[in-house]
Each structure stands twice: as structure tokens, then as C-alpha cells.
Design a protein around this ligand. Sequence first.
Ligand code: SF4
Length: 234
Amino acid sequence: MSNKVNYAKELEKKIDCFQKEGRYPSLLLHACCAPCSSYCLEYLRQYFDITVFYYNPNIMNEPEYRKRVEEEKRLIAEYNKQVETENFEGMNSDASARKIEIIEGDYIVSDYLNAVRGLENCSEGGDRCTRCFELRLEESARIAKENGFEFFTTTLTISPLKDAERLNRIGDEMGNKYGVSFLPSDFKKKEGYKRSIELSHMFDLYRQDFCGCEFSRLQREKEKADLAAKDMQE
Ligand code: SF4
């Protein structure tokens, strides 16, 4: 029998409790990019008072980093406009949706490079990513505690390429370390990933085709070149 935790169900159980209590807990939502945030925000803004925490020093290329932050801000502005005008046409959010704030974390690429030193050549999904998750979730936990948030979590679990079990375990560890609760999540479930693609089209969001670090960009370039070479042979 599988002992796998269904983190999406765990989140639903918590939301049910908050709804029964008639409250909207404060949540610091670590966000990696606008496309991944789109579904997470559409869903969570009905149940939480959300502040997005944009902390991603893993995006080594600064213009790419700036582009992703600006898209995140644009998406939040679109969602806040819906709340102001009470117009949720085409959305799965209802009238309980709340406005969203954003905090931008420090952008110091050397913090990321120090965290992954010696693991640069790992494939995506390997130990380099574990360190990268630890770095970003530790800072999220620290900021959540410092600013009095009840919960923190991350949009990273929406990616089919990212291990939800690992992210939830690291989130719990960092939450325990700083004394703030990590909200369990697996946003790809309940068609969350599919919905994020729909929303990305709806808002015409910039969707990068690599995770963030230069190593992931090079890996993606190689995969594309290998695929093109294979097509030529067929
Ligand atoms: S592939 Fe993504 S998660 Fe992994 S180290 Fe690079 S930026 Fe971080």
C-alpha cells in the first residue's frame, strides 16, 4: 500500500477549517514566475490574504530575471483589477477573491551559486535543485516569520518537473527552523498545471522554456538541438 501523501487534499482540509472558522489567514506565497503563479493565485486568493514573495536568485541572467518579475507584477495587477471591479469573467475565482500584495526579495546571484557549488552539472531534478529549493524556501520562511505571516508556501509544486514530496518536506523543515507554518501544496493536481497554461494564454504571459538557472537553460538548448538532429535523420 502506498504511503504517499496527497498534499493537494491536505491543503483542501486546511482550507475547509479556515472557511468554517470564517477567516482568511495571511499567506506569504513564494512565486517563481507569472505562469506558475497564475493558477495558484486564482485558487488561493479566495481563501487567504496573499502576499507574493518574489525571491529567485537562481535566475542567473539579470534581464531574464527582470522580465519575470515584471510579468509577475503585471499578473497581480490584472487580478487586483478584477477584485476592484468585481468582474471575474472567465475566471474560476469567486467574489470572495482578495487583493494581492508583492514583496521582491534580494537578487544576489552569488547566493544561489554558493548554494549549488559542486552540483552545477547535475541534471534538472537532481541534488542541485534540492539546494535551490532549500535556499528559496529558507528565505521565504525567514521573511514570513519576520513579517508575521501565519503561513508560507511556494508555487513551485505546480511544475510536473518538480517533486512535490521534496518541496513539502523542505518547506516543513524550514518552517520548523523559523517557527512559521508551511502550507502543504501540490498545485499541479486538480488540473492546476493545465489551468496555468490556459491562464497564461488568457493573460498573454511570458512563458520561458527553461527553469531559471543557466545550467537548466543549457540543458534545454541541448535537448532542443538533439531533437532537431533526430528529426533531420528521420
Ligand atoms: S533547474 Fe531550476 S530548480 Fe534546479 S537548480 Fe536550476 S533553477 Fe533551481
